[in-house]
Ligand binder design. Structure first.
Ligand SMILES: [Zn+2]
Length: 112
C-alpha cells in the first residue's frame, strides 16, 4: 500500500492507543492531524520525539503565560479585548512573557 493510500484511512480505522514500538525503537506518542501516530523515535526517558517535545514545551509555556497574565477567557466584549491588550503589553514590558508569546496572544485578540 502506498503512503498516499494509507493517508486516506477513515477515522474508524485509525488506532487510538499509541503504539509503543516501531521496529527497534520506542515510538513518539503524538498523533498527527490525519490521525496517524508520529513515527519518529521518542526521546530517552520521554514519550515524545524531539520535535513534539519542543512543541509541547512551547504550548505549556504559552498556557502558563496566559494564566499568569490573567487574560479573560472570552474576548467578545471590546472592553475585554482592550483589557487583554493592556495586560499583554504590561507583561511584555515587565518581562513576564517573551515576544513570541506576546505575538501569539496579540493574534488571538486580533482574531476576536
Ligand atoms: Zn513526534
Amino acid at each position: 500500500m502506498s503512503e498516499r493510500a494509507a493517508n486516506k484511512e477513515t477515522p474508524a480505522n485509525v488506532q487510538c492507543a499509541p503504539e509503543l514500538w516501531y521496529g527497534y525503537y520506542r515510538r513518539c506518542h503524538h498523533f498527527l492531524k490525519n490521525g496517524r501516530q508520529c513515527k519518529a523515535p521518542a526521546l530517552k526517558g520521554g514519550a515524545l520525539c524531539y520535535r513534539h517535545e519542543a512543541q509541547a514545551a512551547i504550548a505549556a509555556r504559552h498556557e502558563r503565560s496566559v494564566r499568569q497574565l490573567g487574560l479573560p477567557e472570552r474576548l467578545v466584549d471590546p472592553r475585554k479585548r482592550l483589557e487583554a491588550l493592556s495586560r499583554i503589553m504590561h507583561g511584555l514590558l515587565t518581562g513576564e512573557i517573551d515576544q513570541r508569546t506576546a505575538g501569539r496572544l496579540l493574534v488571538r485578540v486580533q482574531v476576536a
